[in-house]
Design a binder for this molecule. Structure first.
Ligand SMILES: Cc1cc2nc3c(=O)[nH]c(=O)nc-3n(C[C@H](O)[C@H](O)[C@H](O)COP(=O)(O)OP(=O)(O)OC[C@H]3O[C@@H](n4cnc5c(N)ncnc54)[C@H](O)[C@@H]3O)c2cc1C
Length: 469
C-alpha cells in the first residue's frame, strides 16, 4: 500500500500509523520487505526512513525538497509539529498593515511540496532522539533513520533571562506580551493586540546575545510606528535594547529620525528587570554618566531604574537553539544560544557523521536568516546526495566566496513603501563558513528606497514560490 500524500499531510494521532506503512514501503528501500523493517523495531515503531528531517521551516523544507529533486526514489520523512507553515520573514509588514498584506500572506500548506516532491510528512512533536539506536521519538511513535537532519529553529530562554519568574508568570508574559519570533499564534495575538489598542505606548524589548534575524525588532518598530501614524493612535514606540548598537544601525537610525522623529524612542543599554502584566508596566535599568571620571579618565557610570506603562508589550526574550538540539546531545558552542558545532565547512555535525543541521542552530558564522537557511539547506541536500551515491562532497577547501549568499530586507516606510537591506557574502576556509555584511545606500544617498521596498516583496514572492509551488 502506498500512502496517498493528501492523507499524509493531514496526519495527526489518528492517522499516523499510515505514515509508518508509507515510510517502510515507499522510496529507495522498496526492495526491503516491510516486515523486516518493522520486526527490527519496538512495538511503538512507526517505520524506518533513509533520511528523516526534523523541522518543516525554511531550512528543513529546503533540504527535503532538494533531496527529492535530486533523487526522487529517496525515502524521506519530514517531522513537523505544526500543520501549517507560517513565515516570520515579512510578517512585520502585516503589523504595518501594508497594502494587500494580511495574515494569509504568511501561511502556506505543506500539501504542495509533499505532493510535488513526494516525501512523507508527519505532523507530530519530536520529544526524544537516540543517536545510538538511530531513532527519533515523536508524540505518536518512534521513527528509525539512517541520516538525520535537524532544522528546528529557536526557542525562548525566559528561564535564564528572568530566573526569579515562576513558570506561571512566564506563561502569562508569553501570552500577554507575545514575542512573535517563532512561527505560530503569537503573530496573530500581537496583530490582534495592536488592532485593538487604545492610545498609549508600544514597548518592544530586544533579546540579548545571539538571536534570530537581528534586524527584526527594529523593522517591527518601524512598521508599528507606521500603523499608529496611519490610525492616528497617540503614543510612542519605545525600543529597549540591551546593547548600544544593532544590525543595520545607521540605516535604521536614519529611518527612525526621518520617518518617525516623534514616534520611535530608542533606548540603548536597557536591561529589562521585570514586567507587571496586570498593571501593564515594565521596569528596566540603564546606565547614565555620573559626570565624573575615574583615574584612567573613563567616565564613571551608574545604574538607573525606570518603570513605564505600556498599552502593548512585545517582549522578545533571549533566544536559544530549539530543545531538539539538546535531545540529540550534540556538541554545542559555549554560551547562551547553544549553536551546533559543525564538521568543518559542511552541514554535517562535528558530533555524529549521521546527523546534519541547517538553519538558525548552526555555528557557522553566517547570519540566522530564512535566506541563509535556504542556502544552507541546498548545500546540505547536495552533501547528503553525494554521500548516498558513495561520492565525496565538500565545499572547496581554499577560500571561495558566494556573493550575497544572504540578502535581508527590512521594510521601514509604508507610504511610500521603503526598505533597507544588508547583504552577506559567504566564504569558507576549511574550518568554518563566514558571512561578511554590507549595508548599501541607494542612489539618493539614503539607505532606504522604494526600489528596495519593491525588492523586498519580490524576494518574498520568490523564496516562498521556491518552497511551495
Ligand atoms: C519577525 C521576523 C522577521 C524575519 N525576517 C526575515 C527576513 O526578512 N529575511 C530572512 O531571510 N529571514 C528573516 N527572519 C528569520 C527567519 O525566520 C529564520 O532565520 C528562519 O525561519 C530559520 O529557519 P529554520 O529552519 O532554522 O527555523 P524555522 O523556519 O523556525 O523552522 C523550524 C521548524 O521546526 C519545527 N519544530 C521545532 N521543534 C520541533 C519539534 N520538537 N518537533 C517537530 N517540529 C519542531 C517548528 O515548528 C518550525 O516549523 C525573520 C524572523 C522573524 C522572527
Amino acid at each position: 500500500m502506498n500512502m496517498n500524500r493528501r492523507e499524509a499531510i493531514k496526519l495527526g494521532a489518528a492517522s499516523v500509523a499510515a505514515v509508518a506503512v508509507s515510510g517502510s514501503m515507499s522510496g529507495c528501500n522498496n526492495t526491503e520487505p516491510t516486515p523486516a523493517v518493522i520486526s527490527n523495531a519496538t512495538s511503538n515503531s512507526r517505520g524506518k526512513y533513509t533520511v528523516v528531517v526534523i523541522g518543516g521551516g525554511f531550512g528543513g523544507l529546503t533540504v527535503a525538497n532538494n533531496l527529492k529533486k535530486k533523487n526522487k526514489d529517496l525515502d524521506l520523512l519530514v517531522i513537523e509539529k505544526r500543520d501549517t507553515f507560517m513565515s516570520c520573514p515579512v510578517s512585520n509588514t502585516n503589523l504595518g498593515k501594508l497594502d494587500g498584506i494580511n495574515l494569509g500572506t504568511f501561511v502556506f500548506d505543506y500539501a504542495q511540496p509533499v505532493e510535488k516532491y513526494g516525501y512523507d510528512m508527519l505532523t507530530s512533536e519530536v520529544i526524544a532522539i537516540d543517536r545510538t539506536k538511530k531513532t527519533v521519538t515523536t508524540a505518536v511513535g518512534i521513527i528509525s533513520y539512517e541520516i538525520l537532519v535537524l532544522s528546528p529553529g529557536i526557542s525562548y530562554d525566559y528561564e535564564n533571562q528572568f530566573p526569579t519568574w515562576s513558570k506561571r508568570k512566564i506563561a502569562e508574559v508569553q501570552r500577554t506580551a507575545p514575542a512573535a519570533l517563532i512561527p505560530g499564534s503569537e503573530h496573530v495575538a500581537l496583530d490582534r493586540m495592536l488592532s485593538n489598542m487604545d492610545d498609549g505606548d508600544v514597548v518592544i524589548t530586544v533579546p540579548n546575545g545571539k538571536f534570530r534575524c537581528p534586524p527584526a525588532p527594529f523593522e517591527r518598530a518601524c512598521m508599528i510606528a507606521a500603523y499608529m501614524k496611519k490610525e492616528d493612535i497617540q503614543g510612542k514606540v519605545i525600543i529597549l535594547n540591551p546593547k548600544e548598537k544593532f544590525a543595520k544601525y545607521g540605516a535604521f537610525m536614519e529611518s527612525f529620525k526621518e520617518l518617525y522623529p516623534d514616534r520611535i524612542v530608542y533606548v540603548p543599554n536597557a536591561k529589562v528587570e521585570d514586567v507587571d502584566v496586570s498593571a501593564k508596566s515594565i521596569s528596566y535599568s540603564y546606565e547614565v554618566s555620573t559626570g565624573k571620571k575615574d583615574e584612567d579618565g573613563d567616565e564613571i557610570m551608574k545604574d538607573v531604574s525606570k518603570t513605564i506603562s505600556y498599552e502593548v508589550l512585545n517582549l522578545m526574550p533571549n533566544n536559544k537553539a530549539n530543545e531538539v538540539v539538546e535531545m540529540a546531545t550534540l556538541k554545542t558552542v559555549p554560551g547562551g544560544f547553544h549553536k551546533v558545532v559543525m564538521n568543518g565547512c559542511s552541514f554535517q555535525t562535528a558530533t555524529d557523521k549521521d546527523v546534519y543541521a541547517v538553519g538558525d542552530v548552526v555555528a557557522h558564522a553566517i547570519p540566522p536568516s530564512g535566506q541563509t537557511a535556504v542556502w544552507a539547506g541546498k548545500q546540505c541536500a547536495d552533501e547528503i546526495t553525494a554521500r548516498l551515491a558513495g561520492k565525496s562532497y565538500s565545499l572547496p577547501v581554499k577560500t571561495k566566496a558566494v556573493n550575497a549568499g544572504n540578502v535581508c530586507y527590512s521594510m521601514v516606510g509604508d507610504n511610500p513603501e521603503e526598505a533597507i537591506m544588508v547583504t552577506h557574502d559567504f566564504s569558507w576556509t576549511g574550518k568554518t563558513i563566514k558571512g561578511k555584511g554590507h549595508v548599501p545606500k541607494a542612489a539618493s544617498g539614503k539607505y532606504r528606497s522604494t526600489g528596495t521596498g519593491k525588492a523586498l516583496r519580490d524576494w518574498y514572492s520568490g523564496i516562498t514560490a521556491d518552497l511551495f509551488s
